[in-house]
Write a protein that binds this ligand. Structure first.
Ligand SMILES: [Zn+2]
Ligand SMILES: [Zn+2]
Length: 345
């Protein structure tokens, strides 16, 4: 089968690989029908994720059809249409029992990281019963791919950790797919203000269409000034970091209001400064989280009922044999206008 393989920082190649086999009774083999590229894959290619070793098939998002199941799988069978969660969960370990699937002792974020991922024709899914979700009949497959990672991540790491409340003010630093997913799901909680920050005017224009109340096309001190102006000098109740760079974390620290929350979503590959000398007396909280995907069943229902339309995040489509071109399109978003790029094996 064809698969996109990580061969060390800066190197990836479409290779021919054997179709994966069942390795444990809880495994399923899924024939991938749609997958996508994530900002996290670009972080891996930059060398930011040391757990991902050369030779790994990338990808942790996708939908497909169950091809084989191990003897221990009871919830799915061959032919079932499934959503693949980016987080693998055994459902039994101490962390899973606490709903913290991201830290499952035999799972967590392993797909396209510690084990081969979804940017291939087939993928092996361990703990299939608790790591796959049935896709409702007639559902839009492309829209469902957005539920593998970015929507639960925006919601859990950004909106829920950030304690977004009715009438509150929110700033989202970074208007890429994850920032936009936080923008879409923040609106479940009716904040009065959602300010989107980015240096890419195309992405800000999308943010406006998705419900942002103000746009800030600036970085650094200029961005901070603009947010303070929009909030009568107070700053925001929730500052969501959706980039994964020291500078964007610094911006969050400069725009959070007393009593507010900085909710980090970004994947950080280098150290970022924490300005406690300015923040120690401001009653703020800083949260970090790897998505647990505990909100996936709820998100499936909101998509199914039409309350949320994640398909609007999709800008480009490629067949798997052109995935290297798909990566180039996604990585050069400022020129291509790419948000989510759907890849079809
Ligand atoms: Zn992802
Ligand atoms: Zn577990």
């Amino acid at each position: 089968m064809q698969a996109l393989v990580f061969n060390g920082p800066g190197q990836k190649r479409l290779e021919d690989r054997p179709i994966p086999e069942l390795e444990a009774p809880g495994d399923a083999i899924v024939k991938v029908s749609r997958t996508t590229i994530c900002g996290t894959d670009l972080h891996i290619l930059k060398g930011d994720v040391p757990t991902c070793e050369p030779g790994r098939i990338l990808g942790h998002e996708g939908v497909g059809v169950v091809d084989k199941v191990g003897a221990g799988v009871t919830a799915f069978r061959r032919g079932d249409h499934v959503l693949i969660s980016c987080i693998t969960a055994c459902g039994r370990c101490e962390y899973c029992r606490r709903g913290m699937y991201s830290h499952c002792t035999t799972g967590g974020w392993i797909l396209g990281n510690r084990i081969d991922g979804t940017q291939a024709e087939y993928v092996r899914i361990p703990h299939a019963d608790t790591s796959l979700y049935p896709i409702p009949a007639g559902a839009d497959e492309e829209a469902q791919v957005m539920l593998s990672d970015i929507l639960p991540t925006g919601l859990e790491c950004g909106v829920l950790n950030g304690k977004v409340q009715p009438g509150a003010s929110v700033a989202i630093v970074g208007s890429g797919p994850i920032g936009l997913a936080a923008l879409l799901t923040a609106q479940f909680y009716a904040p009065a203000q959602v300010i989107m920050l980015d240096s890419d005017s195309n992405r800000l224009e999308v943010a406006r269409r998705f419900g942002a109340t103000a746009l800030v096309n600036a970085t650094g001190d200029d961005a901070v000034k603009a947010v303070l102006q929009l909030t009568s000098g107070r700053g925001v109740d929730t500052a969501i970091e959706a980039v994964g760079m020291p500078a964007s974390f610094a911006t969050c620290q400069d725009i959070v209001a007393p009593g507010g929350v900085i909710a980090n979503i970004g994947v950080h590959g280098t150290k970022a400064d924490l300005h406690l000398e300015r923040l120690w007396d401001r009653n703020i909280a800083i949260t970090t989280r790897l998505v647990d995907t505990v909100t996936t069943p709820m998100l499936l229902k909101t998509v199914q009922s039409g309350k949320l339309d994640p398909a609007k995040l999709i800008t480009h489509r490629f067949p798997l044999d052109r995935i290297v071109e798909a990566y180039a399109t996604f990585a050069r978003a400022a020129n291509t206008g790419a948000l989510k790029v759907v890849v079809t094996p």
